[in-house]
Design a protein around this ligand. Structure first.
Ligand code: CA
Length: 742
């Protein structure tokens, strides 16, 4: 018996070593077989999966078949050394398997693939562990996020993925919990509440990062008015290790750390702490083993407009900054602010990548980021020194970044305090959270970039009174979203053309190696490979492989669904795979049936199918082709209402509804299009809006901010918009009435 036990242990240890050293050639089925071997239950060891640790991530190049961390390695370059799928054969790439995720909400996750298992999240922070070869589900975990949390999230019920570490899977739930799961079973081990104030609309949508026994997580919510911070928890116990606030709180109270006291000097006048201040770290947190630092990508101001937030001027540290902290203590080491005195929602939360690069003849360890503001930053990781800041898309808010002072030079002609102005980039950024890929050898970065302007216009209330009151149940941007649709329509002639592009960009010279234009601006993340390829899914539903040297499209697959999530690649049993989640949405409130000159999207044409798709050269699966969406609008029963009532409804709609249901009541495809509501929904309209009839879907009650009359006005506006688009579609009217405001 002892001998048998010893053999089992040796075999298990051998297997375990084998996984660790070279999982690429390890049959993933073996781990399942090991688990079900008819060995005595009392002596059979638990199957070990998800045994990632610091050493293993640091040595990620020795197991290129796995995707061990959010950006593949700690450097987060998202460039895979795999070459089986390459320029010469990518034309033969085929679907190996796909899985419906049972949702039509936006998909944003990067999977972790290790030891044959793929771990990822879908909408509502649900976690899945799937056999990466067969597509079979091993387990799933539902954190049971309360449906009404949907209303507390700016940009749908999204999640960008998990971290896997030492046999555990870590996920942040939309309602702000950090949860540790057993990687083998999906059972919950611990859960902590990361939210400091449950009355505020804090969320988590980002993927946790794990290193040195700690889990790092930030929050979202700056659009609603919150104060940003990042917390490190003990990976084993869930105990809090440190917390770093990114903006100062109420200056009459003690500061949490000395840096915040200094930062408070850069906030002048105003009661920013009452509105929140902003600076949420909702996406990028990167661990740097070279310096034992974590970098925080810090978000925009809350409210967006600085004249409300800090009327006396000032840089408003640490908004829109990259902040380096000691990973063990959370003490600040340096910061670099990309957008001093942020006025445009220019977050610096976009993915950061680490690289070794020769800059001006000196070999340096650099940090790379393409934040929303349109400049591509190259910083020295040792001290945060700015090395380069070249524009990577059309930028009008600033003329350039002065490399001597490290500061952008703002364009004085585009001050929108007195008058509405079209500005590039808009709040979606020249690049958003959609992943970029760094090709260190080629010296270029593949960026999903966009020109997507907004006509910025400051709050009517502030214009007329000089005062701004926090709106606890809605957005607190300081912008006049109540009439933004009207501004779009009235100023259509001067609107810069929105467009998307994938580009190979040299961050040192600022030159484009190549550019592929994409008709729609809101496209997916990017993966580069040593096979000479760049993969990207786009708004038109095409997953494409481009030649990384020329941008030539070598392969395209029609998924019939728009994509945002980044593709990844992995190799198991000698077979290389490429995977991607389909399903768009997120922060783009302009993606509804478009006003010229924006293209239609696949999700609008066919539906927004949340699916995991996995491709290989040996694939034999076919994707069902969906039937085109019924885009007809039912005839509306219009009550006798005045133009003024409709205009009142329009203003409320733009303040509370448009962020999800779309500007001018044209949905982007993932949230219901109210022009196509059933008669039953029309009858229940007040119950839905004021009593939370559909709160399980994320449509919580708005009775805290709307009364019955305002709800009726919104309903009248929705019906009037629907009828107008119906008449135009039927050829009974020439041009749609998009706004009743004036
Ligand atoms: Ca924002």
């Amino acid at each position: 018996m002892r001998a048998a036990l010893l053999i089992v242990v040796i075999v298990a240890a051998g297997l375990f070593f084998f996984y660790n050293s070279d999982s690429e050639s390890t049959p993933p089925a073996d781990s399942a077989a090991t688990a079900t071997d008819p060995a005595p239950a009392a002596v059979a060891p638990e199957p070990k999966i998800g045994m990632i640790d610091d050493e293993r991530i640091n040595a990620a190049e020795s197991e290129p078949g796995n995707w061990l961390a959010f950006g593949r390695t700690y450097e987060e370059q998202r460039f895979s050394p795999l070459t089986q799928i390459n320029r010469d054969n990518v034309a033969d790439l085929k679907l190996a398997w796909y899985r419906d995720m049972g949702t039509n909400r936006a998909q944003e996750a990067t999977p972790i693939v290790v030891d044959g298992v793929m771990f990822f999240t879908s909408a509502w922070s649900r976690v899945f562990a799937i056999d990466a070869v067969s597509g079979d589900m091993l387990w799933s975990f539902d954190p049971e996020v309360p449906g009404e949390t949907g209303r507390r999230a700016c940009c749908d019920v999204v999640n960008r993925g998990v971290a896997v570490y030492q046999g555990r899977v870590y996920v942040g739930s939309l309602d702000g919990r950090l949860i540790a799961l057993d990687a083998a079973s999906g059972e919950k081990i611990w859960e902590v509440d990361t939210i400091i104030d449950r009355d505020r609309f804090y969320t988590i949508t980002g993927a946790p990062r794990v290193a040195r026994g700690k889990v790092f997580i930030g929050n979202g919510g700056a659009e609603f008015g919150v104060r940003g911070y990042v917390t490190a928890y003990d990976a084993e116990t869930g105990d809090q290790v440190w917390r770093f606030f990114t903006v100062p709180g109420d200056p009459s109270k003690p500061f949490e750390n000395p840096e915040l006291e200094a930062a408070a000097e850069t906030w002048k006048g105003g009661n920013w702490w009452e509105i929140g201040g902003g600076g949420t770290v909702w996406n990028s947190i990167v661990y740097d083993p070279d310096f034992n630092q974590v970098y925080l990508g810090v978000g925009n101001g809350s409210p967006w407009t600085r004249v409300i937030r800090s009327p006396g001027g000032g840089d408003n540290l640490f908004l829109s900054s990259i902040v380096a902290l000691d990973a063990d203590t959370g003490k600040m080491k340096w910061y670099y602010q990309t957008t001093p005195g942020d006025n445009w929602d220019y977050t610096a939360v976009q993915d950061m990548a680490l690289a070794d690069m020769e800059v001006d003849g000196v070999q340096r360890k650099v940090l790379l980021q393409a934040p929303k503001n349109g400049f591509f930053y190259v910083l020295d990781r040792a001290d945060g020194k700015l090395l380069r800041a070249n524009p990577y898309a059309t930028v009008t808010w600033a003329t350039h970044v002065d490399l001597e002072t490290g500061r952008p030079v703002e364009n004085p002609d585009l001050n929108y305090e007195k008058e509405a102005k079209w500005i590039l980039p808009g709040p979606l950024g020249a690049h958003n959270w959609q992943a970029m890929s760094v090709d260190e050898d080629a010296g270029v970065v593949y960026i999903p970039a966009q020109d997507n302007p907004l006509i910025y216009s400051i709050s009517d209330e502030w214009q007329s009174t000089g005062l701004y009151k926090r709106n606890p149940g809605g957005w607190n941007t300081g912008l006049e979203f109540g009439r933004i649709a009207q501004l779009f329509v009235d100023n259509a002639d001067s609107q810069p053309t929105p467009k998307g592009y994938l580009k190979a960009f040299d961050p040192l010279t600022g030159e484009d190696k190549w550019v592929v234009e994409i008709p729609h601006y809101w496209n997916g993340g990017v993966l580069g490979t040593a096979g000479g390829l760049v993969f990207q899914g786009d708004a038109l539903g095409m997953l494409s492989a481009y030649d990384k040297d020329t941008g030539e499209a070598l392969w395209q697959f029609n998924t019939y669904t728009s994509m945002l999530a980044p593709p990844i690649t992995f190799q198991i049993d000698g077979v290389q795979y490429v995977s991607i989640l389909t399903g768009s949405g997120g922060g783009d409130l302009f993606s509804g049936e478009p006003m010229d000159p924006v293209a239609m999207t696949a999700s609008l044409d066919y539906g927004n199918y949340g699916r995991m798709l996995v491709f290989s050269l040996q694939g034999t699966e076919t994707l069902p082709i969906p039937t085109a969406r019924d885009k007809s609008i039912p005839e509306q029963t219009l009550a006798q209402v005045s133009k003024e009532d409709i205009a009142r409804g329009e203003r409320s709609y733009n303040t509370y509804c448009a962020f999800c249901h779309g500007l001018v009541v044209r949905s982007g495809g993932s949230i219901p299009d109210l022009r196509r509501m059933s008669e039953g929904s029309h009858e229940a309209f007040e119950q839905i809006v004021l009593e939370g009839l559909l709160s399980a879907n994320g449509m919580a009650s708005f009775s805290d901010v709307l009364n019955a009359e305002e709800t009726q006005n919104i309903h009248d506006y929705v019906r009037a918009r629907a009828e107008d688009d119906r008449l135009v579609a039927a050829g009974e009217k020439e041009e749609a009435t998009l706004t009743w405001l004036n």
